[in-house]
Structure formats: structure tokens, C-alpha cells
Design a protein around this ligand. Structure first.
Ligand SMILES: Cc1cc2nc3c(=O)[nH]c(=O)nc-3n(C[C@H](O)[C@H](O)[C@H](O)COP(=O)(O)OP(=O)(O)OC[C@H]3O[C@@H](n4cnc5c(N)ncnc54)[C@H](O)[C@@H]3O)c2cc1C
Length: 329
């Protein structure tokens, strides 16, 4: 389980250097109830978090606009002036906070001439590879494991790791390094409908399988057939442990690196907006001289997962950027 925490969302196997940091990153958090390393499940799924944030912001008088793609961050005389949307609407603002992937913010949304060359080079070199595939399943019933028959809240309500050994994990990574999707992918599984009845009709369930690895080059194209075969292998691994599992699947959704990039703006499919490797942490996240949530453009701030405290749903970049803005204004 520790090894899995060290490679989650990471283009590195358990025997690669640096993965101890990724493990620590995943163990540092808490959900406000005391012990470190605990994980929370928001009621209603992850959308519950943004819905709560929206409600809180609106209470303070904010207007929230969604489905509004930013085409350009407007800069004049070294200062941010606002943003222009893809549909042509524009908003003037003295302060803009970008939470998009840094390659989108600084290589697509801000014009190159407004940024120092060394900063642009650092962002161009930013590593954002991934081999993560998310498989979501709708289930007719809970899986019944041969090794632990019946319902057990600690099993069905906990994290189920589909990996047998370090070699098993390393083998999956080495397959992807060699340019093949893993023959035996691993999965970090949870069934949130066990404790959140809003997610599925009574008796039915949703299963989230966070899995690795496919080649990081899969971000460049859909690779739909390969991803279907990859998901079949995951299901077969579950079937071997929980007979009848395959027959319990009502529907499945497979989200590979290409869809993560094109649909969610996760360049390279990297779930953290950039690798959590030693050269991309602390004062280097996302670039030397700009790890304090500022950018080379006055008034333009950054708070994406590619800043210190990210990735993950930590709230740390947001807290820090607000402190920074208050200090500057
Ligand atoms: C499959 C998966 C599983 C994960 N599991 C966990 C987990 O269990 N626990 C955990 O803590 N973290 C997890 N993470 C990581 C976590 O979700 C991210 O680190 C976090 O959501 C990053 O927040 P963010 O605000 O920095 O960026 P994002 O959540 O990526 O938000 C950036 C937003 O910008 C939008 N956007 C992109 N381009 C534009 C544009 N041009 N104009 C306007 N908007 C734009 C995107 O659509 C997106 O909504 C997971 C991530 C993935 C992908």
C-alpha cells in the first residue's frame, strides 16, 4: 500500500528514485479530524467540493461563470488587464489568478512577448508525463472476495489495492516504459457508494479504479482499442479475486491520458499539473523565482496544482495565493 502511494499519478515505478516524496505527499494530509494520512470522500462525489466552494463564494457576493473557456489573459505594459473568453466576452481585472496547467497559462494564454525568455524555457521544460487511466464502473452489486466472503465495511468501504507485490507494480511500469500498456495493470480502488447513497440507486454501486500504467505517449492520441483491452485485463484481475465480478458490471467509463488532456486540461494526462519529481518541488514549482504564487506579469497570480502545495485537493495553493495577493495590494 505504501508503494502504491509513492507512484500514484507518477511516471515512475516503485524502484525509481524520488517516489518516497510522492508517498509522503499522499500521507501528509488530513480531513480535519486529527490523524494525518486520512482521506475524505465528499458527499455527492468530487462535484460536491466545487458546489460547496461555489455556494460559499456566492454568499460573499461572487458571480461564478462556468463553461467559459479562457482564450487569452490580457497583458499590457507588463501588467494584467483581464481575460478574454473563447466566445469573445472579455472581463477587465486588476488581479487574475490562473489555476490552469502552467503550459496552458504561460504557453497559450499569455503572449510570449510578455514573459521573460528564461521563464518560458522553464515552463517548456516542465515535465508532465503520466500513464494513469481512470476506470469508473457501475455495478449491479458489491464484489464478493473469495478471501473475505460477505460484506465487510473495512474492505468494501476502504481502499482496495489490486497489486500483489513490488515486482508486480514495477513490472507494470516497465511495460509502459517499453512502450506497451501494462500486461498486469495495478489499481487503487474505492467504492464510494458504500457510504454515499446519493451516488447510486439502492443496492447498486459505483467503483472507482485509479490505474497505471499505459505509455505516457498515449496523451497524444485516444488509443481507444488499447484502453478497452487494458480495462478488460483489470476486470479479469478482479474476476480472479471476486468471481462473478464481470457479470456485475452494468457500465464502464475509461478515461486515458488523451482524454485527461483534451477534456480536463491536464497536459500529458498528469493529474498534478506536472510531475512531483525532485526538480519540480518547493522553490522549483513551477519555476525558479516564481514559487511564491506570483508570475512575471504584475497582477497575474498562479494557484494551480503546479504550485507549492499541489497537487491533490489540498486547498494549499488557494490559501497561499490569497495571502500573497493581500500582501501585494
Ligand atoms: C483521475 C484522478 C484522480 C485523482 N485522485 C485524487 C485523490 O484521490 N485525491 C486528491 O487529493 N487528488 C486527486 N487527484 C488530483 C486532484 O484532482 C488535482 O490535483 C486537483 O483537482 C487540482 O486542482 P486544480 O484546481 O489545481 O486544477 P484542476 O482541478 O485541474 O482545475 C483546473 C480547471 O481549469 C479548467 N480549464 C482548463 N483550461 C481552461 C481554459 N482555457 N479556460 C477556463 N478553464 C480552463 C479545467 O477544465 C479545470 O476545471 C486526482 C486527479 C485525477 C485526474
Amino acid at each position: 500500500v505504501l508503494a502504491v502511494s509513492g507512484v500514484i499519478g507518477t511516471w515512475a515505478g516503485p524502484r525509481s528514485p524520488g517516489t518516497a516524496y510522492v508517498m509522503a505527499h499522499h500521507k501528509l494530509g488530513d480531513i480535519g479530524d486529527g490523524p494525518m494520512g486520512t482521506w475524505g470522500f465528499p458527499e455527492g462525489g468530487m462535484g460536491g467540493v466545487t458546489a460547496a466552494m461555489r455556494a460559499a463564494a456566492e454568499q460573499f457576493g461572487a458571480t461564478v461563470r462556468t463553461s467559459a473557456e479562457v482564450a487569452r489573459i490580457d497583458v499590457r505594459d507588463g501588467r494584467v488587464r483581464g481575460v478574454t473568453l473563447r466566445d469573445g466576452d472579455s472581463y477587465e481585472a486588476d488581479v487574475v489568478v490562473a489555476t490552469t496547467h502552467p503550459k496552458l497559462t504561460f504557453l497559450e494564454h499569455v503572449e510570449r512577448a510578455a514573459l521573460p525568455e528564461d521563464f518560458v524555457t522553464a515552463i517548456e521544460r516542465w515535465k508532465t508525463r503520466s500513464g494513469t487511466v481512470k476506470v469508473n464502473l457501475a455495478l449491479d452489486r458489491l464484489p464478493e472476495f473469495t478471501c473475505k466472503p460477505g460484506f465487510d465495511p473495512e474492505v468494501h468501504g476502504g481502499t482496495i489495492v489490486l497489486a500483489e507485490s513490488l515486482d508486480d507494480l514495477e513490472g507494470a511500469f516497465q511495460d509502459a516504459v517499453a512502450g506497451r500498456p501494462a500486461a498486469r495493470p495495478f489499481a487503487d480502488i474505492c467504492i464510494p457508494s458504500v457510504f454515499d447513497p446519493t451516488l447510486a440507486p439502492p443496492g447498486k454501486h459505483v467503483m472507482s479504479m485509479f490505474t497505471q500504467w499505459v505509455p505516457h505517449a498515449y496523451a497524444a492520441a485516444p488509443h481507444a482499442a488499447e484502453l478497452e483491452a487494458y480495462a478488460d485485463r483489470l476486470v479479469a484481475r478482479m474476476e480472479a479475486l471476486a468471481p462473478g465480478f464481470t457479470a456485475s458490471i452494468l457500465g464502464r467509463q475509461i478515461i486515458g491520458p488523451h482524454e485527461m488532456e483534451t477534456r480536463f486540461g491536464l497536459v500529458g494526462g498528469n493529474i498534478f499539473h506536472g510531475e512531483l519529481s525532485a526538480s519540480q518541488l518547493f522553490h522549483m514549482r513551477p519555476a525558479p523565482g516564481y514559487a511564491d504564487f506570483t508570475t512575471p506579469v504584475r497582477g497575474l497570480y498562479q494557484a494551480s496544482s503546479a504550485t507549492h502545495g499541489g497537487g491533490g485537493v489540498t486547498g494549499i495553493p488557494a490559501l497561499q495565493v490569497v495571502k500573497r495577493i493581500l500582501k501585494d495590494t
